[in-house]
Design a binder for this molecule. Structure first.
Ligand SMILES: CCCCCCCCC/C=C/C(=O)SCCNC(=O)CCNC(=O)[C@H](O)C(C)(C)COP(=O)(O)OP(=O)(O)OC[C@H]1O[C@@H](n2cnc3c(N)ncnc32)[C@H](O)[C@@H]1OP(=O)(O)O
Ligand SMILES: NC(=O)C1=CN([C@@H]2O[C@H](COP(=O)(O)OP(=O)(O)OC[C@H]3O[C@@H](n4cnc5c(N)ncnc54)[C@H](OP(=O)(O)O)[C@@H]3O)[C@@H](O)[C@H]2O)C=CC1
Length: 318
């Protein structure tokens, strides 16, 4: 709870690179908008003039995030609605609710999602089904309801947050399969809905610094040490993990008129990590790669890098 407020306060110091009236007059929805990447996206959309409804399962977290956003943006409408995107009826009710509150649905950002790290042989059928249900079926349900209830008549803009599933996703077979399916769904919807003035794109983040993702790995996975997201940094070409604001900036670009001719793409945002296909190429030290948004303190990151490299955590555990 308190973490949300701290995150919100920290983000109040951070400004978007985009024009402040970019989304003036628009209203939309961010699933998973109460935490992490989704919160950063909601924050930036509000910064740029939009009214935003955030939705997820945990009402306490949503209420606290909405309170933080309302405090930061008293001139905007900030709403929340409790919805499990794995439940079709709740999704339909949630879309109806956005329309009742805002009277329009110009954009949808599908950021709700997740999984647990495990080797494929340890994933039960129900575990696999659960993760596919959340990331694929839930995303589809939100897209289709948004289209049926509003975008069919008025056009609109959809961005799906997935993950870098490219070249396989060891320890994440369920989410890799689901996210690859969403990338394909993105292409199909972009084709079918172009005639209705709807653009559909995806953003595939690599390792992003978010409190909830660190917690998620520490409590449920722990296969890359205490801070697995940061421990991956030595193996990323730009030698750092990404910030939630970097993901948000890409989403805002895709929602903006500058991306009017962009539909059906999956944009990777991973510091070049998924390009690492040549085993004979050894990454150099990097000390001048640009940074944007909230990242862990330099010293902490370096300590984690050294520990990770020394223990060769990635090689030994995968
Ligand atoms: C190189 C790589 C670097 C890593 C590279 C990193 C890059 C990507 C980083 C990505 C980071 C993030 O996504 S961060 C975002 C993290 N946030 C989240 O994941 C939040 C949402 N997640 C969830 O709610 C849960 O993880 C999820 C499983 C999807 C749904 O939970 P539920 O409570 O609804 O499910 P349950 O009913 O409890 O469980 C359903 C089944 O799943 C199984 N299950 C659930 N958790 C389990 C666990 N930890 N370990 C085993 N099995 C588990 C249960 O045993 C059940 O199977 P049976 O026992 O057979 O019945
Ligand atoms: N951080 C990272 O490194 C990466 C993250 N991603 C993906 O980006 C997205 C955001 O991640 P991040 O912000 O880091 O992590 P979070 O855990 O903060 O985000 C997940 C969000 O999804 C919501 N959610 C989960 N299940 C459901 C559900 N069934 N119905 C509705 N909402 C749900 C959660 O809220 P609640 O619990 O209240 O339902 C939460 O707000 C996720 O899809 C994640 O998998 C992809 C690649 C890398």
């Amino acid at each position: 709870m308190a973490q949300q407020a701290v995150e919100g306060a920290a983000r109040a110091q951070w400004a978007s690179v985009f024009r402040e009236d970019l989304f003036e007059g628009q209203a939309g929805l961010v699933t998973g908008g109460g935490t992490g990447i989704g919160f950063a996206i909601a924050f930036e959309l509000l910064t740029l003039g939009a009214d935003v409804l955030i939705t997820s399962r945990n009402e306490d977290r949503l209420a606290e995030a909405a309170a933080t956003l309302r405090k930061a943006f008293p001139e905007r409408k900030v709403e929340y609605f409790v919805c499990n995107i794995r439940d079709d009826k709740e999704v339909a009710a949630m879309i109806t609710n956005v329309l009742e509150r805002f009277g329009r649905l110009n954009f949808v950002v599908n950021c709700a999602g997740g999984q647990y790290p495990a080797p494929a042989s340890a994933i039960t059928n129900n575990g696999f089904r659960t993760v596919v249900d959340l990331n694929l079926n839930g995303t589809f349900a939100v897209c289709r309801e948004a289209f049926d209830q509003y975008m069919f008549d008025h056009g609109g803009n959809i961005v799906n947050i997935i993950a870098t599933y490219h070249n396989g996703f060891p320890m994440m077979a369920h989410t890799g399969a689901a996210r690859a399916a969403v990338a394909n769904l993105t292409e199909t919807l972009a084709l079918e809905w172009a005639a209705y003035g709807v653009r559909v794109n995806s953003v595939a983040p690599g390792n992003i610094y978010s409190e909830s993702s660190k917690l998620h790995y520490r409590t449920k996975g722990n296969f890359l040490g205490d801070d697995p997201i940061a421990a991956a940094a030595p193996f990323i070409p730009c030698k750092r993990i990404g910030s939630t604001q970097e993901v948000s900036g890409l989403v805002c670009f895709l929602l903006s008129p500058a991306a009017s001719y962009v539909t059906g793409v999956t944009a990777r945002i991973d510091g070049g990590a998924t390009l690492m296909s040549n085993a004979s190429y050894v990454l150099c030290d990097v000390d001048n790669y640009p940074k944007y948004g909230e990242l862990p303190p330099e010293e902490d990151t370096r300590a984690v890098f050294e520990a990770a490299a020394q223990a060769k955590l990635l090689e030994s555990k995968l």
